[in-house]
Design a protein around this ligand. Structure first.
Ligand code: 0O2
Length: 209
């Protein structure tokens, strides 16, 4: 297995999708509209993680491309829960890739407390040998959901996937607190957005003065 050759087109997928998703944010900003996207990150799954997931799920090397959906991974962070569904709507109407699966871990969170909306796409990437259709996973979540998931991921790494029960219980409580925070912020969303618009206008007039 030549990993460099295998992963190169995935790296291109991540780079291209980052540009496209950040482009959505830019278009909202240029139209002085509230952007449903706060920021975007992307990564190619590290070889060690690919091997571990393939081992756990009994996936042979030749089947990785077909069965491992998140070798190319994008993450879209949104200010509010509603924005997640706006982003999903924008993805559904695009013509540069096909959505092949959606996983809603927001209305039904995972046992761990994890919340996010996952969209699995098939993305056509141009290579010197022609077009390759590769899978990529776009995880869409609020800033609060991301805060929780990042911390839980670190703990999972620390405890090699066996987080002690007491910490698991705390994590579940923290997931609920993060969800409540999202709910409360949604209730005062208009106030927050008006304040941000005033702040933006003030900054704009100061830079043009
Ligand atoms: P990493 O290190 O982030 O790459 P499925 O076969 O559909 O049941 P699969 O393929 O694991 O399961 O898909 P799923 O459940 O949509 O999860 C894919 C990714 O979502 C994970 O990738 C994580 O990034 C994230 N995720 C899912 N569940 C959790 C969770 O409980 N906590 C956190 N922090 N992240 C989660 P990897 O490969 O597991 O990890």
């Amino acid at each position: 297995m030549n990993w460099e050759t295998f992963l190169a087109p995935y790296s291109q997928v991540v780079d291209e999708l980052k540009v496209k998703l950040k482009g959505i944010r830019g278009q909202y900003e240029n139209s002085s509209m509230h952007s449903p996207i706060e920021f975007v990150t992307g990564r190619v799954k590290p070889i060690k993680s690919i091997l571990a997931k393939a081992r756990n799920r009994n996936i042979a090397y030749y089947a990785l491309e077909e069965q491992l959906q998140d070798i190319a991974g994008l993450r879209v962070m949104c200010p509010f829960v509603d924005d997640i569904y706006t982003v999903v709507g924008l993805l559904r109407q695009r013509e540069d890739f096909n959505i092949i699966e959606e996983k809603d871990y927001i209305t039904k969170n995972k046992e761990s407390g994890y919340r996010s909306y996952h969209v699995i796409i098939e993305y056509p990437v141009e290579t010197i040998k022609g077009v390759k259709h590769l899978l990529a996973e776009i995880q869409i979540r609020t800033l609060a959901m991301n805060f929780w998931a990042t911390n839980e991921h670190s703990l999972n790494y620390k405890y090699s996937g066996q987080i002690p029960e007491e910490i698991q219980t705390r994590l579940k409580k923290a997931a609920e607190a993060a969800f409540l925070l999202d709910e409360e912020m949604s209730k005062i969303r208009n106030e927050i957005q008006e304040a941000q618009a005033v702040f933006r206008n003030k900054n704009d007039s100061e830079t043009t003065d």
